[in-house]
Design a protein around this ligand. Structure first.
Ligand SMILES: Cc1cc2nc3c(=O)[nH]c(=O)nc-3n(C[C@H](O)[C@H](O)[C@H](O)COP(=O)(O)O)c2cc1C
Ligand SMILES: [Fe+2]
Ligand SMILES: [Fe+2]
Length: 409
């Protein structure tokens, strides 16, 4: 059963979080394995004569959302609904809410959001929609709400709200992460430490394709001076940041920029019958001998890691080693898919060493080489050979690792 949290965050303005921990989901966006689950966070603010709702929950949890909301307010009393981003993990429950509200509330979002809401849920939903301009301010319930667009964080429709008097940033996907942390905010460092890797995985798999916009948008918010002065960052997924609000954006910036952790080398490979494996053991040994820290993901007939987990390791790796067998004149299917997603979602300037094994004609190594050459990654070397590695192959592999190390120096 999904756990539901309803907690008061502030007395003045009266502010609540409504959070549901989705422990039923297995593949976010029908793709990304998330055994850690995800939360959907909506916020309710009572200020002066206004009752403002910030986002909602996924459609699957509409009933739970309405029940939870009714503990705080009669839905008819909601005067404004801010839709920061219309992906249905946040907007799914809005049509039913509007129905319960008697269509009294004004919807606020970007022009894109208006178009997407209409496309998803029909005309009636957007009858009372106010499309904001970037930086526009509205006085609501005696407070100043500033709406700032952050395109591609995560969709073209996305914006954040800054409540000027209280220095609150409602950030929806930006600042969110996977996982169902055992707290609503960042006050417990242990909870934060467990949660941050889920944030990285979330950022890469969900927003990774647009990672340059992460850096760009946070820069924009910084230049407006609101990041430094923010008292709280309230995202649509995961923890609220109130002990150190800027920390989550710093974490996002580090991911966006691909800031490396010293010595970390991501090693990913497949091995059907152990020939690639033999090569990778040599590579891993040589990496360790040189003081590096290989983080290894292998696809074999006994194990298949989640590609989402592999992706989460890319941003802070210093370098990558990819090992692949040739499979029907192609890259082995598992590595083919993994690589496809790495290049799409986690395309960073990092050095790559390619290792290949084949039976009759090497194809995998060369195909990976072509893909890497066309990406932002830097090709260090390709070491590909037939079947069982010979002494000579072993020397070439060690030499490849040394070239990688020289690259990092
Ligand atoms: C289903 C299958 C398809 C293969 N296709 C090719 C191929 O097209 N070209 C080739 O040179 N070797 C091919 N091989 C041979 C493997 O690439 C070779 O045995 C390699 O050493 C396998 O390493 P591994 O056991 O670590 O996966 C194929 C092997 C299998 C099982
Ligand atoms: Fe999203
Ligand atoms: Fe989301």
């Amino acid at each position: 059963m999904p756990r539901i949290w309803v907690e008061k965050i502030l007395d003045e303005p009266e502010l609540y979080i409504m959070r549901i921990d989705d422990d039923r989901i297995r593949y976010f966006e029908a793709t990304w394995d998330i055994p850690e689950g995800i939360t959907y966070n909506a916020y309710l603010m009572k200020t002066g004569d206004a009752v403002v709702l910030f986002d909602a929950w996924k459609g699957e949890y509409t009933e739970e959302f309405l029940e939870t909301l009714k503990k705080l307010v009669d839905p008819k009393e909601i005067t404004h609904i801010v839709t920061h981003h219309t992906e249905p993990d946040h907007s799914g429950a809005i049509p039913a809410l509007l129905e319960a509200n008697g269509y009294r509330a004004k919807l606020i979002g970007t022009t894109f959001a208006k178009r997407f809401m209409e496309g998803f849920y029909g005309k009636k939903v957007v009858e009372n929609f106010h499309a904001i301009k970037d930086g526009e301010e509205m006085r609501i319930g005696g407070r100043t709400f500033r709406f700032i667009t952050v395109p591609w964080l995560h969709w073209p429709d996305t914006m954040i709200t800054y409540v000027v008097e209280d220095k609150l940033i409602f950030s929806c996907d930006a600042g969110g992460g996977y996982g169902m942390p055992d707290a609503i905010d960042d006050s417990d460092e242990k909870v934060v430490q467990e949660y941050l890797p889920h944030v990285t995985k979330y950022v890469v798999t969900v927003i990774g394709h647009y990672h340059k916009y992460i850096v760009q948008n946070i820069k924009k918010l910084r230049s407006l001076g609101i990041v430094e002065e923010a008292r709280m960052i309230l995202p649509g997924h995961g923890l609220i940041w109130r002990r150190s609000p800027t920390r989550i954006f710093e974490h996002y910036e580090a991911i966006g920029a691909g800031k490396p952790t010293k010595g970390k080398v991501l090693v990913v490979y497949d091995s059907m019958y152990g020939f690639v494996e033999k090569r990778m053991r040599i590579v891993i040994e040589e990496l360790k001998k040189n003081g590096l820290n290989p983080v290894v993901y292998r696809f074999t007939d006994k194990e298949a890691p989640a590609v989402s987990d592999v992706l989460g390791e890319v941003p802070d790796s210093e370098a990558i080693v990819i090992g692949a067998s040739t499979y029907e004149a192609e890259i082995h299917p598992r590595i083919r898919y993994t690589l496809y997603e790495v290049l799409d979602k986690a395309n960073y300037e990092k050095p790559v060493l390619i290792v290949g094994a084949f039976g009759w004609a090497g194809v995998a190594g060369k195909k990976i080489e072509t893909l890497i050459s066309r990406s932002k990654f830097d090709l260090v070397d390709t070491v590909e050979s037939r079947g069982m590695p010979t002494k000579e192959d072993e020397e070439k592999l060690r030499e490849g690792v040394r070239k990688l190390i020289t690259w990092l120096a």
